[in-house]
Design a protein. Structure first.
Length: 117
């Protein structure tokens, strides 16, 4: 599975961005896709996930502001980020969990999100 993440950029506090994660390869094996982020000096943390069944989960800091969704026809998962705060500044990574016998983690390249005035 190959993942291509894009959509990051510079946005003012209170603004919005939409990240996209396009998957290719053995996508039939994917059981869940998620967005993670890593701020400077901090550990990578989960932001939001969506399962193949459509179940979503969000980290507390982003609940009510971020929405994860998918377009199966385009093999793409989105992260709509609204009401952005400076603390949302981080490199955002797309992750997919595939079931190939055992569960396997796939990572896309990061995309930088900077929230600053």
């Amino acid at each position: 599975v190959q993942l291509q993440a894009y959509g990051g950029g510079l946005v003012q506090p209170g603004g919005s961005l939409r990240l996209s994660c396009a998957a290719s390869g053995s996508i039939f094996s994917i059981v869940a896709v998620g967005w993670y982020r890593q701020a400077p000096g901090k550990q990578r943390e989960s932001v939001a996930t969506i399962t193949s069944g459509g179940v979503t989960n969000y980290a507390d800091p982003v609940k009510g502001r971020f929405t994860i969704s998918r377009n199966n026809a385009k093999n793409t998962v989105y992260l709509q980020m609204n009401s952005l705060k400076s603390e949302d500044t981080a490199v955002y990574y797309c992750n997919a969990v595939g079931r190939v016998g055992a569960l396997v983690n796939y990572w896309g390249q990061g995309t930088q999100v900077t929230v600053s005035s």
